[in-house]
Design a protein around this ligand. Structure first.
Ligand code: UD1
Ligand code: UDP
Length: 359
């Protein structure tokens, strides 16, 4: 049996790392196909180096572009590789353009597709990620749902029970596998000088937020108000998309510490010791929940309802006053919630299932 792992962006590299490690441990016949959707060192290579992942056998170098252009390039780049390699299964993770194009290329060649992190829904079709998730789920043969909630969503959409496997989310594996290593790295905290539990950590990069001036402006104002209200540092490792759009809109910010995106161990360490995290990232909402750090989500919806159910996360949207009031509310909350995303063995489970069904 031969497996092809397709990935292309920061969260896919991080969330596929436990699956890759499981393939390595089991000495399976597999290879990595990198689409090159992310290509800057700090969004791509740094994770391969730090997580000690094997090199991708192929890199399509598709780079950035409009949705159709980028998705189309990935589709036409993946096809000849799959024709040449003829894997039995293609695995994709999450909801990026890489995921949709990779799954579509494979299914049209009658190669089985396994979708890691299946069944997430924001029910907001304006988000490119929502379209990618729905379409990928519906062309996949094996749906690795992280939770029971995700499984029920898939069943509700008519997907056969026998194709769905509740595995937990591989982000738990990634956090557990790397947190101890991260604890040994005091350099980020030393370099930035924040006191543990006395700073806010921010990430915001989603298209529906940073590409819309009023929304991005609301977030920046909200962060300024949070810095002022609590008198604590607000640290924002800024994704290149957000940096580009800040410059494009000419947005200015006071009292926010913008830094370059961080490597995984540094970012994990900064998350684990934050007072509270404000984010529009999917992975960061999950990590905050796992690390028992309260989270304020800078969106109007979330495809991670489990975080709200256990009380680790609240939706604030992008209105400045709402961001401050939700932050105040969350800070006072008890953080004794349970992690709803599994036991940290999802990667192993996914590989065992693939081996089992493919033989
Ligand atoms: C993509 C995903 C998003 C995910 C995010 C993870 C889609 C539709 N979106 O968004 O779901 O949350 O990755 O971080 O797939 N850029 C660089 N260097 C890079 C890559 C991008 O500077 O290595 C800049 C370019 O200006 C580019 C912009 O970021 O135009 C956006 O990149 P793109 O890959 O289109 O989407 P992301 O915003 O990264
Ligand atoms: N992350 C990181 N460095 C950073 C910001 C985020 O390593 O400076 C990690 C974070 O720990 C999480 C993942 O990137 O595991 C989330 O990716 P991102 O927010 O880009 O995408 P999303 O989850 O929104 O799709």
């Amino acid at each position: 049996m031969k497996i092809c792992i397709i990935l292309g962006t920061r969260p896919e590299i991080i969330k596929m790392s436990p699956v890759i490690r499981a393939c390595e441990r089991e000495k399976l016949d597999y290879f990595i196909l990198h689409t090159g959707q992310h290509y800057s060192y700090i969004l791509d290579r740094v994770f391969f180096e730090q997580l000690e992942l094997p090199e991708a056998k192929y890199n399509l170098d598709v780079g950035s572009g409009k949705h159709g252009e980028q998705t189309g390039k990935i589709l036409s780049g993946v096809e000849p590789v799959l024709q040449e390699e003829r894997p039995d299964v293609v695995l994709v993770e999450g909801d990026t353009n890489t995921v949709l194009a990779g799954a579509l290329a494979a299914t049209k060649l009658h190669i089985k597709v396994g979708h890691v992190e299946a069944g997430l829904r924001s029910y907001d079709r304006k988000m490119p990620e929502e379209i990618n998730r729905v379409l990928t789920d519906h062309c996949s043969d094996y749906l690795f749902a992280p939770t029971e909630t995700a499984r029920r969503i898939l069943l509700g959409e008519g997907i056969q029970d026998t194709r769905i496997f509740v595995t937990g989310n591989t982000i738990v594996d990634a956090v557990f596998q790397n947190l101890e290593l991260a604890k040994d790295r005091n350099d980020v905290l030393t370099d930035l000088h924040p006191e543990p539990r006395n700073y806010f950590l921010v990430t915001a990069h989603r298209q529906e937020n940073v590409d819309v001036k009023e929304r991005f402006e609301g977030i920046i104002k909200g962060l300024e108000l949070v810095a002022k209200e609590f008198g604590l540092p607000v640290i924002y490792p800024i994704h290149p998309r957000a940096r580009k759009m800040m410059n494009h809109f000419g947005l200015k910010a006071n009292g926010i510490e913008f830094i370059e995106p961080l490597d995984y161990l540094s970012f994990l360490q900064l998350e684990a010791k934050a007072k509270l995290i404000l984010t529009d990232s999917g992975g960061v909402q999950e990590e905050a929940c796992i690390l028992k750090v309260p989270c304020v989500t800078l969106r109007d919806n979330t495809e991670r309802p489990e975080t709200r159910d256990v009380g680790s996360n609240i939706l604030a949207g992008t209105n400045a006053e709402s961001i401050v009031s939700k932050t105040k509310g969350m800070i006072e909350r008890n953080n004794n919630w349970e992690n709803p995303f599994g036991d940290g063995e999802a990667g192993k489970r996914i590989v065992e299932i693939v081996e089992g069904v493919q033989g």
